[in-house]
Ligand binder design. Sequence first.
Ligand SMILES: Nc1nc2c(c(=O)[nH]1)N[C@H]1C(S)=C(S)[C@@H](COP(=O)(O)OP(=O)(O)OC[C@H]3O[C@@H](n4cnc5c(=O)[nH]c(N)nc54)[C@H](O)[C@@H]3O)O[C@H]1N2
Ligand SMILES: Nc1nc2c(c(=O)[nH]1)N[C@H]1C(S)=C(S)[C@@H](COP(=O)(O)OP(=O)(O)OC[C@H]3O[C@@H](n4cnc5c(=O)[nH]c(N)nc54)[C@H](O)[C@@H]3O)O[C@H]1N2
Ligand code: SF4
Ligand SMILES: [Mo]
Length: 689
Amino acid sequence: MSGPVRTVLGTCHHDCPDSCGWVVTVEGERAVRLRGNPDHPYSRGELCPKVNRLLDRVYSPDRVLTPLERTGAKGEGRFRPVSWDDALARIAGEWTERIARHGGETLLGYFDAGTQGLIQMTSLDRRLFAVLGASQHDATICGSTARHGVTLTNGTGLGADPMDIVHSRFIVLWGTNTRLTNRHLWPFIEQARAAGATVVVVDPLRTITADGADWFIQPLPGTDTALMLAMMHVLIAEDLVDRAWVDAHTLGYDELAALVAGWSPQRASAICGVPDEEIERFARAYGTARPAMIRTLIGAEHHEHGGELFRTMAVLPALVGAWRDRGGGLIRSSGTWTEEALIDTDLPPGAGRWETRHLNMAQLGRVLTDPDLAPPVTALYVWNANPAVTAPAAELTRRGLARDDLFTVVHEQFLTDTARYADLVLPATTQLEHLDVVPAWGHLYLGWNEPAIAPVGEARSNTEVFRSLAAALGRTEPWLYDSDEELIAQRLDLGHERMQGITLDSLRAAGFQRLAVADPLLPYAEGNFPTPSGRVEFVSAAAAAAGLDPLPDYRPAREGPGGDAELLGRYPLQLLTPKTHPGFLNGTYSVSPRHAPPGGPFVELDPTDAAARGIEEGRPVVVHNDRASLQLVARFSGRVRPGVVAIPFGWWQEQHPDGRTANALTNDELADIGGGVAFSDTLVEVRPA
Ligand SMILES: Nc1nc2c(c(=O)[nH]1)N[C@H]1C(S)=C(S)[C@@H](COP(=O)(O)OP(=O)(O)OC[C@H]3O[C@@H](n4cnc5c(=O)[nH]c(N)nc54)[C@H](O)[C@@H]3O)O[C@H]1N2
Ligand SMILES: Nc1nc2c(c(=O)[nH]1)N[C@H]1C(S)=C(S)[C@@H](COP(=O)(O)OP(=O)(O)OC[C@H]3O[C@@H](n4cnc5c(=O)[nH]c(N)nc54)[C@H](O)[C@@H]3O)O[C@H]1N2
Ligand code: SF4
Ligand SMILES: [Mo]
């Protein structure tokens, strides 16, 4: 059907730092074209291999378009369509009965950033779950440990403007795979490089970003803190410290100097596996180039001592005075700039306080299988997430999801591995079908997302479902029914200095607007860190209070080099389960036609490790530890160093030969701070199948 043609401005919803602006062409009722918005100053008209074909996803024949009720066993994937009224009535009945029996905390809402929009990620859900007295979901799986780590040192997670990287002359991409995960930053890096910048990648994997860098430094996973302490040793020993800036704006330099005196490059080299001479060269280069920028995201946080790693990283720019310069300092998530300009209206007056227990999303498997958890979680509501694939220790998650006494509802666009365990699946809208505002974490633009088309089939947006649930439960609080526009207006603090010049109308008309922060943004050139002392805290009372040492220090992970000797004896290889494929976004798109690479999942090994085990390229192997075993094909890609293996993450059970995914093997111990999880401190052994 055709009809009048119009274009609608939107913003990508994905859990991705780039938050690209887009333009949808709509003919009559149907979206016929989706392109990057050429006017967007950061994404500049380009989308990505995931989203270029988003319309195929919107109109996919495999999309869930009606509520579905389970007819087979949990996990089997057999369902029949039911009406929204029946589905909502059943949910209301089950929740009411279970809450009456166990108390409100028996209900748990679980979400991630399937959409990271301001209201469709989390808004009304909090109000509804608060009035029901449900357990609270701690959103820890991504970024929390990194943010808390940097905050120990700097008092804030705020950093430099990512686009200012064009002014950098020494760029360290530390534990981030920019060309894959943050691809629109790469042209800015190339621009800096054309002007003479050196690009260094520090990563245990030779990623595509490492391939594109000038210098690739490959430590063993989880050992960067030792490397950084040795860099500090060299910076201090060779007088490359910016003493004036350090004296004016930091706390604890003398203590730090005394500590790192013991961290010779030789000592660090024995831990991290980077030659001592290379550590010296790296420190010298970092200490002499200006402006020097460290760009990181979250890859290095998924470790037992991930918080310590980020806390230590934040010391480096202070030591060399990098914050003085435009293009210098540290960039982590720029989302904090927006977060601080939001109003916390989650719980309006009259809702009371939501003071129930917190359950960590990173340990969903434990939560669902813990016999001592009182009350047990007997009602689970999942949206924006596919934890069967994305949470660690996946076999435990599956065991929990398979519990007969657990009533599970999954609100989804597709029948994911998690949805297969649901009693009811509810059809979700896509970003083309609902209103939102998208705060970015890779640049400083707020994005507007105008719905381009009506919901497909019977799909409902996340907010609409929470309104529907409130009605089905007979709730009368008016604020459980606020409209999407009201929710946006309540959340954006338009009176905040960072929102000057932004109104809902201006944002809607333009499609994006830069936060009203200084341009150029030099947040800490003159110090003024929001720590208790106002300085960068090398010595941190907050760290001590959080159970860490007052000074940064390296500690080995239990599942890593220098860790549990008995475990290392049985499982000597470190496993990484990274985001690898340009067509995937975590577990999204892995079953979409034309997104998944041919051949399916595999494990990458170094040929020397393979030879020692009689493993040949292309042959089936078994990767195993005490949590699970997985059959995969061996690949010698040259991307891992001896002692390390990698299984790309994102495939679902149907693509794995034995139905178990990469996360079946991963560690669900928590990181030191921020509640994150140690996915990447996982030991395994590999043998021919
Ligand atoms: N194409 C694509 N883009 C994505 C995603 C995706 O799945 N696919 N996911 C999105 C999401 S949710 C996020 S959070 C971001 C993440 O963005 P990034 O943080 O850039 O991505 P990751 O792949 O999680 O981790 C980056 C790198 O950290 C490395 N790493 C692991 N352990 C260590 C360590 O101990 N030290 C060091 N130095 N490096 C380490 C890994 O080898 C990996 O190459 O990307 C987003 N963008
Ligand atoms: N082994 C290993 N595990 C990891 C990581 C890793 O690097 N390695 N990375 C971790 C990280 S950083 C992250 S962020 C997590 C990601 O974990 P998840 O967020 O669980 O990842 P996705 O598989 O992308 O699942 C998001 C789901 O939300 C759905 N969705 C999208 N939009 C909407 C909507 O509007 N409404 C509703 N109801 N649903 C919607 C999508 O269809 C999709 O199935 O994975 C973590 N797990
Ligand atoms: S997934 Fe990331 S890179 Fe791709 S369009 Fe969305 S925001 Fe842009
Ligand atoms: Mo993430």
